[in-house]
Every structure is written in structure tokens, then in C-alpha cells.
Design a protein around this ligand. Sequence first.
Ligand code: ATP
Ligand code: MG
Length: 376
Amino acid sequence: MLKRYTTAENGKTKLLSLIYTQDEHKIDNKLIDKDAYSVLDTLNANGYEAYVVGGAVRDLLIGCKPKDFDIVTEATPRTVRRLFRNSRIIGRRFRLVHVVFPDQIIEVSTFRSEDATDSENNIFGTLTEDAQRRDFTINSLYYNPSNSRLLDFHGGFNDLNNRILRAVIPIDVSFTGDPIRMIRAVKYAVKCSLEIDSEIKGAFYKYSKELTKVSESRMVEEVNKILLSGHSLEILKRLDKYDLLIFIMPRISEEIMRKNAHLNNDLKELDKAIQSGIQVTPSDAYAALMSFIINKKEVEKLEINDRLSYVMQLLHKALRPLGIPWKILIEAGAKILETKNIEFLKVSKNYDKQNTEIQKAKKAIKALTSNIVKNM
Ligand code: ATP
Ligand code: MG
């Protein structure tokens, strides 16, 4: 292990990062995706520092094949855009670049100095600053496959080996600065079998209400990840244990407390399918999550062309305050009806805003008196 030092403001020498070599971290470079490799190569060849970061490094260290590769670099988005013909700049304020390949998109972001959520003041920074703004030490590891060096600024390598979850900055600052990190903490603890220390657990109870401040889209994104993680049941149970789930999906929290066997089974099946490598879409996952709520006899009392709208309304209501996109709601509703062998009027697969069938379904949701739901 090598050590990199820097000079602190007081003039003293300070440890900056640890550098682990191949014989220590034992990352198998063959597990690195060829497209991610080519992006790193091009950046390096043009003189820009670039690394794999985040979930992919964690997975590589535990010997799993990563599902996606996030890349960070010192090159600005504009430069990255110029280097890759098959790329586009995305994001309104903080811009990152999507490099598009036939089978996937590789996300390339520029080292950032400000907190991830403070996008108004987002400015590009150094690698050290980028490492400082990441949530947990295990997510603050940078890997460069061209020299097989692993850069560790906050002790994440040892934490991962010792199966400990630790925040990069003080936990109160971390969770109040961005409450979604509480959900992420639980997700990582379950996915990577990490011990959550008592300080973090205490902070969950203290700051759980802060979750109401998280934007709908970020919340949905995190819930989607949980449902597609292959560990959804365990993660949801743990989120409930720490009083977090009630602020994410209160109805699911209620059912988990009641030990709803239907829900339990469906999530187990979902996790099994994902772990066995079956491709599962977000709407499949929401169908699995919500199937318990649909009572076949009740639905069959309705006219065939009212059934899907009715199911969508139930899902919408049960998942509140989570705002699930219409497309997912429609697909999940249709899947539940299909699995339960309930006849219904299908909507076309064309989900644009002008689609009259979708408009009809949306109107129906609003128009259907809440009586039906209340009486369930
Ligand atoms: P997953 O396997 O669920 O994708 P991940 O760790 O890759 O896990 P992402 O949401 O893809 O998570 O984010 C990539 C990286 O960006 C994280 O590993 C972390 O370093 C950083 N990051 C993401 N969200 C936050 C956040 N809210 N606060 C601080 N850092 C974050
Ligand atoms: Mg990721």
C-alpha cells in the first residue's frame, strides 16, 4: 500500500489518500466492461485523469460483475462531449455526459467540489474534493484499470473488508444535507452485508422526517433501485425497522408491520427472479409490490373497460406520496390484472401525452369517486 501526502493549510504534511495495488485489492480487470474501458482509455490518451467510481468499484472489490459503470474525470463536460462523437451533455445545471454505445450508456461526470444536491452552486473541483462530497466511504473509492491502482481517500477499502458502513462527513451534516442518504445507507447495508453503526442508526430515527423534503423524482429513482436490487424484501423490512419506510411508502410500511404474507411472497419471488438474472422492468417490480392490494372479486364487479383505471387508481393511492410515472402505473396495473387472469380493456403501448387512451385512463382515475377506494 502506498500513501499520498499533501500540505495542509497549517503547513503540516497530511495524509491525502491510500493507494492499493493489484495484489492488495485483487480486482479482476476482466470484469470491467469494454465500453467503460474504451471511455477511460480515450480520456487517458488525451491526458485527462479518469476513474471508475461508486457502485462498480464496490462490486469489483466484492468480486461481483458490476451492473453499470460510472466514470469521473478532470475533463469538463464540454471536453468530454468533444472527445466522444457518440455523446450528449445532459442535466440542466450540473452537466454530465452520456456516452452512448449500442448496448448501454456510460455516464461520465466531472470532478465536483460542492455537495451533490447543491446544484445551483455546483462547480468543478479536484479529485480530493470529489471524494469528499460522496456519501459513504465505500462509495468514495476510485479505480484506474490502466495502472490497476485503487485510490482511497476515506478508508473505504478497509471499511468494505470489515463490512462497516461509514459516512464521509459527520453523519448529522450528511443526513440533513441530503436525507436520501438514509435510504441509500440501508440499501448498501443489506446489499453488501454491512454493519450499520449505532450512531448512524440513531440518526435514522432523528432525521427520518427529513425524507419528506426529498423531491419526488429522486425518491422514485431510489425506490426503483431498491425494487430492482434483488434484495427488495430485506431492504424494505429494514427501512421499516428504522422508521424510514413510513415516509417513503406508508401503505407498504403498514403491510410489512402486519406481516402481509401475500406481499412477502411476491417480493421474495421478485428478488429470486432478479438474482437468477431474469430481466425485470420497473413496472414488473411495482406489479410484484402492489399485487396484494387487488381483490379479484372486487375488480370483476366492474365493467371491463373500467378495470385498469380502477387498478391504477388503487396503486396511485396506495403508493402515495410516491409519484410513480403514469407509464409505470399503467403497465404495472395491466400486469397485475394479467397475472390474476382478470379480463380488462388494454391500452395501446404508445404512451405519449397525446395518446387518447392514456388521457382517458388519467381522467378516469380522477373521475372515479374515491368511494371505491374507501370501500376496499
Ligand atoms: P447502485 O448500485 O444502487 O447504483 P451506486 O453507489 O452506484 O449504487 P449511484 O446512485 O449510482 O449509486 O451513485 C453513484 C455514486 O455517486 C455513489 O457511489 C456515490 O459515490 C455518489 N452519490 C450518489 N448519490 C449520492 C448522494 N446522495 N450523496 C453523496 N454521494 C452520492
Ligand atoms: Mg450506480
